[in-house]
Design a binder for this molecule. Structure first.
Ligand code: ATP
Ligand code: LTN
Length: 334
């Protein structure tokens, strides 16, 4: 029986992934990779929608791929590759932009957030069309499922709309994908500003737990996480966002129920609770960090592996692109 397709990706927009990427996406990827024909992409063309230093971008791309593998994605089972090594992504994005409404793209909240953060001078047209490229990523592989954090749900909805629109105008071409979102851990918040989503490219790193940080930096960030003056370890997203976020992280990494963690720390202070969480996070991250650093010690081998996987991805992608070109009436080279 052929397996259903899975597609997902992350931007190489920092030296290290953060715990939100790990809990919101990577853990699902790891769990799903056996049951699906999975494509995991390092989306460098998405990363350049905001300014990147060229030498750093190359390094961040390798580092992102290494962290996928270190976190348990097996490149022998799944197709793990770099987006710009498969030109069909950019080509299909152009085609899809011709069936995307300007207003429709303008409603995407990530664009609104990021364009505000970078200001109008730094806001590129590519930042605006970013979701169209993401739709191309997914549709090229005829993906059935797209495991993401909840901030990406709107982009997957747009992808579905574009697929349906294209299919009805030009005939059945694309599989309409479903988002897969782990609802209780879909959004991890910044430890210093527990009302904002944790983000690897955040301006301040004080509230971001990076997979590749050294242990003492991670421990310090957890011990300094913003809580409240109430002193009880209790989940209340509205009233106690800091503590609720720490409980979410604790539960996600241990697979325990929040209530059982609340019980364990009942009558004990935040200090004890944070120490407990620190131990959980450090023991989860440590092997991932070690493995990632090992892989990064041999960049030539990593580059070879990525190139071989890109070749595999390109075969599937080109089939879809070719069907699309035919459907819309582009005159093909003989
Ligand atoms: P950037 O800061 O460059 O926007 P990011 O850290 O927000 O990066 P992305 O590369 O945009 O991460 O996202 C990779 C995956 O991680 C996506 O599936 C996204 O939904 C998920 N993700 C990102 N941040 C979080 C978070 N705070 N909580 C849960 N999932 C998250
Ligand atoms: N926009 C996503 C990254 C991304 C992606 C994708 C995720 C680009 N293409 C395709 C899933 C499927 C983000 O995480 N910001």
């Amino acid at each position: 029986m052929t397996q259903a397709r899975l597609f997902s990706g992350m931007q190489p927009s920092a030296d290290s992934l953060q715990i939100g990427n790990y809990i919101g996406a990577l853990m699902q990827w790891r769990d799903m990779q056996d049951a699906y024909d999975a494509f995991f992409c390092v989306v460098d063309l998405h990363a350049i929608t905001v300014p990147q230093d060229p030498a750093e971008l190359r390094e961040k791309t390798r580092r992102t791929a290494a962290q996928y593998i270190a976190a348990g994605i097996e490149p022998s089972k799944s197709t793990l590759y770099v987006q710009s090594q498969v030109p069909a992504h950019a080509e299909l994005a152009w085609i899809l932009s011709t069936v995307t409404g300007f207003g429709e793209a303008g409603r995407m909240t990530q664009f609104k957030d990021k364009s505000q953060r970078y200001g109008s001078d730094q806001t590129s047209v590519a930042l605006f069309t970013y979701p169209v490229l993401m739709a191309a990523d997914i549709l090229l592989y005829q993906a059935n499922v797209v495991p993401v954090g909840d901030d990406q749900k709107q982009h997957v909805e747009l992808t579905r709309n574009l697929a349906e629109r294209f299919n009805s105008r030009f005939g059945e071409t694309f599989t309409v994908p479903e988002p897969v979102i782990q609802s209780d851990t879909a959004r991890i918040y910044d430890l210093q500003t527990p009302t904002s989503k944790m983000s690897k490219s955040a301006e301040s790193q004080a509230g971001v737990l990076y997979l590749l940080d050294d242990i003492s930096a991670t421990a310090k960030k957890i011990m300094r996480a913003v809580t409240d003056s109430d002193g009880t370890v209790h989940y209340d997203r509205e009233g106690k966002p800091g503590v609720a976020n720490l409980l979410t992280i604790y539960a996600a990494l241990t697979g325990r129920q929040i209530a059982s963690i609340e019980d364990e720390y009942a009558g004990r202070g935040y200090g004890d609770f944070k120490k407990g969480l620190r131990d959980v996070v450090v023991s989860e991250f440590e092997p991932v960090r070690e493995r990632a650093l090992e892989l990064l010690a041999d960049p030539a081998e990593l580059d070879r592996l990525l190139a071989a996987n890109a070749e595999k991805a390109a075969e599937t992608a080109e089939k879809t692109l070719s069907a699309v070109y035919d459907r819309i009436g582009l005159l093909r080279r003989g």
